[in-house]
Design a protein. Structure first.
Length: 201
């Protein structure tokens, strides 16, 4: 079932000395590009086993039978073979996510533990997040009195608050909020592309 020289991905694990609320562990796991075969009740890989029952190396002609095709294509799940390039991409995705949440010095490495005799592999992602950066002051977005007064009058609706963790998703929402706010006050051609935020680290 597992080709010679290849390894079945058995498990992904995330190790971090520092627990981050934003992003959550779930958000980090979502960045992993390769996931092991599913388990039933967290124990038995039913779909992988079913795929195996629908495949025969000794008698490959049997694989064309309808029932075996049904087991493989409708119920089963092909073995997830370790792909180091996808592991590397997952680590980079985690780094990018952490950066977007204000961890500008974050690093993510990984270790691949291979059990050759069992043809299985376990991947551990090591997260060194460091400290996140905070919003130290509210940015000045315009030098025009009217624009500044409109923005200031609605500052309680801002997604960005002093002392909060920097979050590029919230910065995007703030761009949209200010753009819509100014359009509703007569600046019809004002777009979010006119709003810039300077990050002083």
């Amino acid at each position: 079932m597992v080709p010679k020289g290849k390894y079945l991905l058995k498990k992904n694990k995330i190790k971090s000395k520092k627990v981050t609320k934003k992003p959550s562990e779930y958000d980090l796991e979502e960045q992993i590009r390769q996931k092991p075969n599913r388990k039933i009740l967290g124990v038995y890989r039913f779909h992988l086993r079913t795929y195996s029952l629908g495949s025969s190396k000794r008698k490959p002609k049997k694989n064309d039978k309808k029932f075996r095709k049904f087991l493989r294509e409708k119920v089963g799940e092909p073995p997830v073979i370790l792909d180091s390039s996808l592991v590397s991409k997952g680590a980079k995705n985690m780094e990018q996510l952490l950066f977007n949440k204000g961890y500008f010095n974050a690093k993510v490495t990984y270790d691949i533990d291979i059990a050759k005799w069992r043809r299985k592999a376990k991947v551990t992602y090591n997260i060194f997040s460091g400290d996140f950066f905070k919003i130290s002051k509210k940015p000045v977005l315009a030098n025009e009195f009217l624009v500044d007064s409109i923005i200031d009058a609605h500052k309680d609706k801002s997604f960005l608050q002093k002392g909060e963790q920097i979050d590029f998703d919230l910065i995007g929402k703030e761009r949209s909020r200010i753009s819509l706010l100014l359009q509703n006050h007569g600046f019809y051609y004002f777009g979010r592309e006119f709003i810039e935020f300077d990050l002083d680290t």
